[in-house]
Design a protein around this ligand. Structure first.
Ligand SMILES: [Fe+2]
Length: 312
C-alpha cells in the first residue's frame, strides 16, 4: 500500500486511484493514510465554520453535530460516527471511492446507508471544491441524518427511485422508456439539489423572511452559508414542486435562487407528492437544461428496470 505524502487529498490520493482502477466502489476508510496536512485542513474548516453554523444552521443540525460528537481537531473516523448515528436513525456512513451512479445512490439511501467520500480538499483551496469531500459529506450531510424525520425523507427518496424503475419497466418502447427515464432522473436530481443539498427552512417560530439552513451544500460552505441568508439578491421562495422540478441549476457559483420548506414533515409530504406526480406521468418531460443526466446515471436506472422486468 502506498504511503505517499499526498495522503487522502481530493484529486491526489493513490489509495483512491487504486480502488477505482480495480472497480471497487465501496471501500474502507484507511485512516492511517491521512497526512498531517489533511488533519490540519479539517481543523481549519471546522474552526471557521462553527460560528456560522451556530448563527445560520437549523436547530436539528446543531443537535446532530453534538449527538455525533463530531471532532473539531481531526478528520472523523466513520466507525466512530456510525456508533453514535446508527442507534438514532438506523443510518450509517459508508465509504466510497468516487461517484455513485444515481440509482445506486438512491438505493443506498433506501437501505439507510449514506455513500461517503473519505478524501479531503487540498488545504490551499478551502473555499471552492466542485466535487464532494469528507467535510461536505460528514460535516455537511451526516449531522442531519440523526433526525428521524429527515432520515425518513432520504429513505422515501430511495423508494421513489424504485418507483421510477418500476414505472419505466412498464414502457415497452425502448426509446420512449429512455426519454421518460432521463426526464424523471432530472426531476429527481433537481428536487434533491433544491432540498437536501441547498434547502432552506422557515425558522421554527420565525416570521416569513426568517430562514435557517438545512441543505448540506450550504452547511459545508463557509461563504455560501452566510450569503444564502444575508444577501438581499438571493431569491428565496416557498417550496413549489412544479417550479423545482423544472428549474435548472448550475454548480459552479453561489445559488441565486433557493426554496424554503416549512418543516421536515413538509419535506416528507413533498417527496410523497413527487412520487404521486411520477405515477401521474407529470415528470415525463420536464424542462431541458442543467443538470445534464450522465450516461452512468441513466445506465444505473436501466439496470434497475432490467431487474424489475426480470422479476415481473
Ligand atoms: Fe452532497
Amino acid at each position: 500500500m502506498s504511503t505517499d505524502r499526498s495522503g487522502l487529498t481530493t484529486t491526489q490520493a493513490p489509495f483512491i486511484e487504486e480502488a477505482q482502477s480495480k472497480g471497487e466502489l465501496y471501500i474502507r476508510q484507511p485512516y492511517e493514510l491521512y497526512s498531517e496536512e489533511n488533519q490540519d485542513t479539517w481543523r481549519r474548516l471546522y474552526a471557521r465554520i462553527l460560528p456560522r453554523w451556530e448563527k445560520y444552521a437549523n436547530p436539528k443540525f446543531l443537535e446532530g453535530v453534538h449527538k455525533l460528537a463530531l471532532p473539531a481537531d481531526r478528520v472523523p473516523r466513520l466507525e466512530d460516527i456510525n456508533r453514535f448515528l446508527e442507534p438514532l436513525s438506523g443510518f450509517s456512513a459508508k465509504a466510497v471511492s468516487g461517484y455513485v451512479p444515481a440509482f445506486m445512490f438512491f438505493d443506498c439511501l433506501r437501505e439507510r446507508a449514506f455513500p461517503t467520500t473519505i478524501t479531503i480538499r487540498d488545504g490551499a483551496t478551502l473555499d471552492y471544491l466542485p466535487e464532494p469531500d469528507i467535510f461536505h459529506d460528514v460535516a455537511g450531510h451526516v449531522p442531519m441524518h440523526t433526525d428521524k424525520v429527515f432520515a425518513d425523507v432520504l429513505v422515501r427518496f430511495g423508494e421513489v427511485a424504485h418507483t421510477a424503475a418500476e414505472l419505466a419497466a412498464q414502457i415497452a418502447n425502448v426509446a420512449e422508456r429512455e426519454q421518460k427515464l432521463e426526464s424523471v432522473i432530472k426531476a429527481m436530481a433537481r428536487f434533491f439539489w433544491f432540498t437536501i443539498e441547498f434547502g432552506l427552512m422557515r425558522r421554527p417560530g420565525g416570521g416569513a423572511g426568517d430562514v435557517c439552513v438545512y441543505g448540506s451544500g450550504l452547511l459545508s460552505s463557509y461563504g455560501e452559508i452566510e450569503n444564502c441568508v444575508e444577501n438581499l439578491r438571493v431569491q428565496r421562495f416557498p417550496f413549489q414542486l412544479e417550479w423545482v422540478i423544472n428549474q435548472y441549476f448550475e454548480i459552479h457559483h453561489y445559488q441565486p435562487l433557493l426554496f424554503v420548506i416549512d418543516s421536515f414533515d413538509h419535506l416528507f409530504e413533498e417527496v410523497d407528492r413527487l412520487e404521486a406526480w411520477m405515477r401521474e406521468g407529470k415528470l415525463g418531460n420536464v424542462s431541458p437544461g442543467e443538470p445534464a443526466v450522465s450516461e452512468a446515471d441513466v445506465r444505473s436506472f436501466i439496470d434497475a428496470v432490467t431487474r424489475e422486468v426480470a422479476r415481473t
